[in-house]
Design a protein around this ligand. Structure first.
Ligand SMILES: O=P(O)(O)OC[C@H]1O[C@H](OP(=O)(O)OP(=O)(O)O)[C@H](O)[C@@H]1O
Ligand SMILES: O=c1cc[nH]c(=O)[nH]1
Ligand SMILES: [Mg+2]
Length: 219
Protein backbone atom coordinates (compact mmCIF):
# COMPACT_ATOMS: atom_id res chain seq x y z
CA UNK A 1 0.00 0.00 0.00
CA UNK A 2 1.28 3.49 -0.87
CA UNK A 3 0.81 5.60 2.26
CA UNK A 4 0.61 9.39 1.91
CA UNK A 5 0.66 10.89 5.42
CA UNK A 6 0.07 14.61 4.97
CA UNK A 7 0.82 15.67 8.53
CA UNK A 8 4.54 15.16 7.92
CA UNK A 9 4.60 18.58 6.26
CA UNK A 10 3.54 21.78 8.06
CA UNK A 11 0.36 23.19 6.55
CA UNK A 12 -3.02 24.59 7.51
CA UNK A 13 -4.27 20.99 7.43
CA UNK A 14 -2.72 20.53 10.87
CA UNK A 15 -4.77 23.47 12.22
CA UNK A 16 -7.96 21.79 11.00
CA UNK A 17 -6.96 18.48 12.63
CA UNK A 18 -6.05 20.21 15.91
CA UNK A 19 -9.51 21.87 15.99
CA UNK A 20 -11.14 18.49 15.47
CA UNK A 21 -9.17 17.01 18.35
CA UNK A 22 -9.59 19.95 20.75
CA UNK A 23 -12.09 18.93 23.46
CA UNK A 24 -13.69 22.38 23.47
CA UNK A 25 -13.58 23.37 19.81
CA UNK A 26 -14.90 19.95 18.67
CA UNK A 27 -18.19 20.65 20.53
CA UNK A 28 -19.06 23.05 17.72
CA UNK A 29 -20.69 20.46 15.42
CA UNK A 30 -20.81 22.71 12.41
CA UNK A 31 -17.07 23.48 12.66
CA UNK A 32 -16.32 19.77 13.24
CA UNK A 33 -18.19 18.78 10.07
CA UNK A 34 -16.71 21.65 8.09
CA UNK A 35 -13.18 20.69 9.18
CA UNK A 36 -13.73 17.14 7.93
CA UNK A 37 -15.07 18.59 4.69
CA UNK A 38 -12.08 20.94 4.33
CA UNK A 39 -9.72 18.02 4.89
CA UNK A 40 -11.63 16.10 2.20
CA UNK A 41 -10.96 19.00 -0.17
CA UNK A 42 -7.24 19.01 0.65
CA UNK A 43 -6.91 15.23 0.29
CA UNK A 44 -8.91 15.35 -2.95
CA UNK A 45 -6.46 17.92 -4.33
CA UNK A 46 -3.54 15.66 -3.39
CA UNK A 47 -5.19 12.64 -5.07
CA UNK A 48 -5.78 14.70 -8.21
CA UNK A 49 -2.00 14.92 -8.69
CA UNK A 50 -1.73 11.17 -9.41
CA UNK A 51 -4.83 10.74 -11.62
CA UNK A 52 -4.88 10.56 -15.44
CA UNK A 53 -5.00 13.65 -17.63
CA UNK A 54 -5.63 14.21 -21.32
CA UNK A 55 -4.84 17.25 -23.43
CA UNK A 56 -7.78 19.45 -24.39
CA UNK A 57 -8.11 22.64 -26.42
CA UNK A 58 -9.76 25.36 -24.33
CA UNK A 59 -11.19 28.44 -25.96
CA UNK A 60 -11.08 31.61 -23.93
CA UNK A 61 -12.73 34.79 -25.27
CA UNK A 62 -9.29 35.87 -26.51
CA UNK A 63 -7.72 32.71 -27.87
CA UNK A 64 -7.15 28.99 -27.63
CA UNK A 65 -4.83 27.13 -25.30
CA UNK A 66 -4.00 23.50 -24.71
CA UNK A 67 -4.50 22.28 -21.14
CA UNK A 68 -4.32 18.90 -19.46
CA UNK A 69 -7.76 17.96 -18.10
CA UNK A 70 -8.50 15.20 -15.61
CA UNK A 71 -9.66 12.03 -17.38
CA UNK A 72 -10.88 9.54 -14.76
CA UNK A 73 -14.20 7.81 -14.13
CA UNK A 74 -14.35 8.41 -10.40
CA UNK A 75 -16.67 6.65 -7.97
CA UNK A 76 -16.70 8.29 -4.59
CA UNK A 77 -17.79 5.88 -1.85
CA UNK A 78 -18.15 6.81 1.79
CA UNK A 79 -19.07 4.93 4.92
CA UNK A 80 -22.07 6.22 6.86
CA UNK A 81 -22.35 8.20 9.07
CA UNK A 82 -19.04 9.92 9.71
CA UNK A 83 -18.03 9.60 6.06
CA UNK A 84 -20.70 12.09 4.93
CA UNK A 85 -18.76 15.36 5.49
CA UNK A 86 -15.59 13.79 4.04
CA UNK A 87 -17.64 12.71 1.02
CA UNK A 88 -18.93 16.27 0.61
CA UNK A 89 -15.39 17.67 0.69
CA UNK A 90 -14.17 15.26 -1.99
CA UNK A 91 -17.27 15.88 -4.11
CA UNK A 92 -16.59 19.63 -3.93
CA UNK A 93 -13.53 18.93 -6.10
CA UNK A 94 -14.50 15.84 -8.11
CA UNK A 95 -17.60 17.53 -9.54
CA UNK A 96 -18.73 14.76 -11.85
CA UNK A 97 -17.95 11.73 -9.72
CA UNK A 98 -20.47 8.93 -9.39
CA UNK A 99 -21.34 8.21 -5.77
CA UNK A 100 -21.75 5.20 -3.52
CA UNK A 101 -22.84 4.94 0.11
CA UNK A 102 -22.32 2.02 2.45
CA UNK A 103 -23.53 1.73 6.03
CA UNK A 104 -21.14 0.12 8.49
CA UNK A 105 -21.46 0.28 12.23
CA UNK A 106 -20.01 -1.40 15.26
CA UNK A 107 -22.48 -3.85 16.77
CA UNK A 108 -21.60 -4.41 20.44
CA UNK A 109 -22.51 -7.70 22.06
CA UNK A 110 -22.88 -8.09 25.85
CA UNK A 111 -19.23 -7.20 26.32
CA UNK A 112 -19.00 -3.47 25.49
CA UNK A 113 -15.34 -3.91 24.53
CA UNK A 114 -16.06 -6.36 21.71
CA UNK A 115 -17.92 -5.64 18.50
CA UNK A 116 -18.50 -6.83 14.98
CA UNK A 117 -18.97 -4.65 11.92
CA UNK A 118 -22.45 -4.77 10.42
CA UNK A 119 -22.80 -3.68 6.78
CA UNK A 120 -26.49 -3.26 5.96
CA UNK A 121 -27.01 -0.71 3.24
CA UNK A 122 -25.12 -0.36 -0.01
CA UNK A 123 -25.96 1.87 -2.96
CA UNK A 124 -23.25 1.70 -5.59
CA UNK A 125 -22.83 2.10 -9.36
CA UNK A 126 -20.63 -0.26 -11.42
CA UNK A 127 -17.02 -0.07 -10.23
CA UNK A 128 -15.65 -1.93 -13.26
CA UNK A 129 -12.45 -0.25 -14.45
CA UNK A 130 -13.24 2.94 -12.49
CA UNK A 131 -11.21 4.96 -10.00
CA UNK A 132 -12.64 4.11 -6.58
CA UNK A 133 -12.14 6.65 -3.80
CA UNK A 134 -13.19 5.11 -0.48
CA UNK A 135 -13.67 7.64 2.31
CA UNK A 136 -14.02 7.31 6.08
CA UNK A 137 -12.56 9.87 8.49
CA UNK A 138 -11.58 7.32 11.14
CA UNK A 139 -9.36 4.28 10.55
CA UNK A 140 -9.24 2.57 13.95
CA UNK A 141 -9.04 -1.24 13.79
CA UNK A 142 -9.57 -1.03 10.00
CA UNK A 143 -12.44 -3.52 10.16
CA UNK A 144 -15.05 -1.11 8.76
CA UNK A 145 -12.94 -0.33 5.70
CA UNK A 146 -12.18 -4.00 5.05
CA UNK A 147 -15.85 -5.05 5.51
CA UNK A 148 -16.91 -2.23 3.16
CA UNK A 149 -14.36 -3.18 0.51
CA UNK A 150 -15.65 -6.76 0.72
CA UNK A 151 -19.26 -5.53 0.32
CA UNK A 152 -18.23 -3.56 -2.81
CA UNK A 153 -16.78 -6.60 -4.63
CA UNK A 154 -20.06 -7.60 -6.39
CA UNK A 155 -20.13 -4.13 -8.04
CA UNK A 156 -17.04 -4.79 -10.20
CA UNK A 157 -13.27 -4.50 -10.15
CA UNK A 158 -11.97 -0.93 -9.98
CA UNK A 159 -8.93 0.10 -12.03
CA UNK A 160 -7.40 1.76 -8.96
CA UNK A 161 -8.35 2.31 -5.31
CA UNK A 162 -7.65 5.37 -3.16
CA UNK A 163 -8.57 5.16 0.53
CA UNK A 164 -9.07 8.55 2.22
CA UNK A 165 -9.00 9.04 6.01
CA UNK A 166 -8.49 11.87 8.46
CA UNK A 167 -6.98 10.01 11.44
CA UNK A 168 -5.65 6.47 11.43
CA UNK A 169 -4.17 4.23 14.10
CA UNK A 170 -1.00 2.45 13.08
CA UNK A 171 -2.59 -0.96 13.86
CA UNK A 172 -5.51 -0.16 11.54
CA UNK A 173 -3.16 0.88 8.75
CA UNK A 174 -1.24 -2.38 9.16
CA UNK A 175 -4.55 -4.31 9.07
CA UNK A 176 -5.90 -2.71 5.88
CA UNK A 177 -2.47 -3.05 4.22
CA UNK A 178 -2.93 -6.81 4.50
CA UNK A 179 -6.44 -6.77 2.97
CA UNK A 180 -6.12 -4.28 0.11
CA UNK A 181 -3.88 -4.88 -2.91
CA UNK A 182 -0.35 -3.50 -2.86
CA UNK A 183 -1.04 -0.78 -5.42
CA UNK A 184 -3.80 0.80 -3.25
CA UNK A 185 -3.13 4.38 -2.14
CA UNK A 186 -3.93 5.54 1.39
CA UNK A 187 -4.30 9.33 1.73
CA UNK A 188 -4.34 10.15 5.41
CA UNK A 189 -4.25 13.49 7.20
CA UNK A 190 -2.47 12.11 10.27
CA UNK A 191 -1.48 8.86 12.03
CA UNK A 192 -1.79 8.16 15.77
CA UNK A 193 0.17 5.51 17.68
CA UNK A 194 -2.44 3.57 19.67
CA UNK A 195 -5.92 2.10 20.04
CA UNK A 196 -7.58 1.80 23.45
CA UNK A 197 -9.41 -1.31 24.74
CA UNK A 198 -12.66 -0.10 23.10
CA UNK A 199 -10.96 0.23 19.72
CA UNK A 200 -10.79 4.04 19.84
CA UNK A 201 -7.84 5.85 18.30
CA UNK A 202 -5.48 7.35 20.92
CA UNK A 203 -5.18 10.28 21.27
CA UNK A 204 -7.58 10.54 18.30
CA UNK A 205 -10.57 12.77 18.80
CA UNK A 206 -13.39 10.60 20.20
CA UNK A 207 -16.39 9.42 18.22
CA UNK A 208 -16.43 11.18 14.88
CA UNK A 209 -20.00 10.15 13.97
CA UNK A 210 -21.35 11.47 17.28
CA UNK A 211 -19.31 14.68 17.07
CA UNK A 212 -20.56 15.36 13.56
CA UNK A 213 -24.21 14.36 14.01
CA UNK A 214 -24.98 13.80 17.72
CA UNK A 215 -25.03 10.70 19.88
CA UNK A 216 -26.92 7.64 18.69
CA UNK A 217 -28.51 4.92 20.82
CA UNK A 218 -26.51 1.70 20.81
CA UNK A 219 -28.10 -1.11 18.77
O1 LIG B 1 -11.62 1.06 11.89
P1 LIG B 1 -12.81 0.62 12.71
O2 LIG B 1 -12.39 -0.02 14.00
O3 LIG B 1 -13.75 -0.19 11.93
O4 LIG B 1 -13.54 1.95 13.19
C1 LIG B 1 -13.74 3.02 12.36
C2 LIG B 1 -15.20 3.22 12.11
O5 LIG B 1 -15.80 3.80 13.26
C3 LIG B 1 -16.52 4.95 12.87
O6 LIG B 1 -17.81 4.65 12.52
P2 LIG B 1 -18.88 4.20 13.63
O7 LIG B 1 -18.91 2.70 13.70
O8 LIG B 1 -18.63 4.93 14.89
O9 LIG B 1 -20.23 4.63 12.96
P3 LIG B 1 -20.89 6.09 12.82
O10 LIG B 1 -20.16 6.79 11.71
O11 LIG B 1 -22.30 5.79 12.49
O12 LIG B 1 -20.75 6.80 14.14
C4 LIG B 1 -15.73 5.44 11.69
O13 LIG B 1 -16.42 6.36 10.89
C5 LIG B 1 -15.37 4.18 10.99
O14 LIG B 1 -16.37 3.77 10.08
O1 LIG C 1 -11.46 6.56 17.56
C1 LIG C 1 -12.46 6.21 16.91
C2 LIG C 1 -12.66 4.88 16.50
C3 LIG C 1 -13.76 4.57 15.78
N1 LIG C 1 -14.65 5.52 15.50
C4 LIG C 1 -14.48 6.81 15.88
O2 LIG C 1 -15.31 7.66 15.59
N2 LIG C 1 -13.40 7.11 16.60
MG1 LIG D 1 -19.34 6.57 15.53
Amino acid sequence: MHIHNLTEENSILNTFISEMRDVNIQKDRMRFRRNIERIGEILGYEISKVLNYKPALIESPLGTCEMNIMDNDIVLCSILRAGVPLHNGLLNYFDNAENAFISAYRHHHKNPDSFEIVVEYSACPSLENKTLILADPMLATGQSLVATFEALKPFGKPKEVHVVCVIGAQDGIDYISKHFSEDTHLWIATVDPDLNEKGYIMPGLGDAGDLAFGEKLQQ
